[in-house]
Design a protein around this ligand. Structure first.
Ligand code: AMP
Length: 247
């Protein structure tokens, strides 16, 4: 197992650097995109893939959630708009998301490779990413498309709990912490993400159907899509993922 990358450069951008660059357990680096409706378990698979393969998880949602901790004075108008969209469960405008990615483009060169989680979310974002990767002389290895029936997705989202401290993800039934509402890893409090509230879940699933699902077609056209059933235990889904990544 690799040690976990702290991803400071991704979360904070600007001059932050990662204190612990990931050590790849494979060569050359893997560059992946995770697709699938909110709640299919992309975050959990991302954690397992990072630990197992040494790739770095680059989650745009996580950057926006971190921005919630900024003081009012530190929040730019773009960040304020992004947080309002997030609160409602709507997608943040493409221009804001793309600025965020460009500010962090050195993370795309991480020596273990990267795993984009939650980005791209729209076809214009995917086109902009293609352009950026070409400029940076990088290429994608695969787009992992996790699938699950919609009723199961809703069940997963409503039971999901995240550690307010270290961001580890649990589920009240499928992946319960040893002590109720307490993180197994750092003993931090487990909270429900505000966009996992039922009213926001409804909007997020509609946004997925309308804006993100067309990406499957887009990347299928590039021959990159690998579809994986996201049913069952996280460890089984991870095994399916590794099998599909084998050359
Ligand atoms: P996630 O953690 O990926 O489910 O993202 C949480 C929320 O952040 C989403 O519901 C959106 O409001 C916002 N968000 C994250 N990534 C993107 C993106 N690539 N495009 C637009 N909005 C995003």
């Amino acid at each position: 197992m690799n040690e976990k990358n702290d991803r400071a450069a991704w979360i904070q951008a600007r001059s932050a650097t990662c204190s612990l660059p990931p050590k790849p357990s494979h060569a050359p680096p893997l560059r992946l995109i995770l697709l699938g409706a909110p709640g299919v378990g992309k975050g959990t698979q991302a954690e397992l893939l990072c630990a197992g393969l040494g790739v770095c998880q680059l989650s745009t949602g996580e950057v926006f959630r971190a921005a919630k901790c900024l003081s009012a004075a530190e929040r730019t108008p773009a960040i304020r708009e992004a947080l309002a969209c997030m609160h409602r469960g709507e997608l943040v405008p493409d221009a804001t998301v793309l600025d965020l990615i460009r500010e962090r483009k050195r993370c795309l060169h991480c020596r273990g490779g990267f795993l984009l989680d939650g980005f791209p979310r729209t076809v214009p974002q995917a086109e902009a990413l293609d352009q950026l990767l070409t400029e940076e002389d990088l290429h994608l290895d695969a787009v992992l498309n996790y699938t699950l029936p919609i009723a199961t997705v809703v069940q997963r989202l409503s039971g999901r709990r995240t550690c307010a401290n270290c961001r580890s993800v649990f589920h009240i039934h499928a992946r319960p912490p040893r002590v109720v509402d307490v993180c197994d890893h750092c003993r931090g409090p487990l909270i429900q993400r505000e966009d996992d509230r039922p009213e926001a879940v409804h909007v997020r699933l509609a946004a997925y159907e309308q804006s993100t699902k067309p990406l499957i077609q887009y990347y299928a056209g590039h021959g990159l899509v690998r579809t994986i059933s996201a049913g069952g235990e996280p460890e089984r889904i991870y095994e399916r993922t590794l099998a599909i990544l084998e050359p």
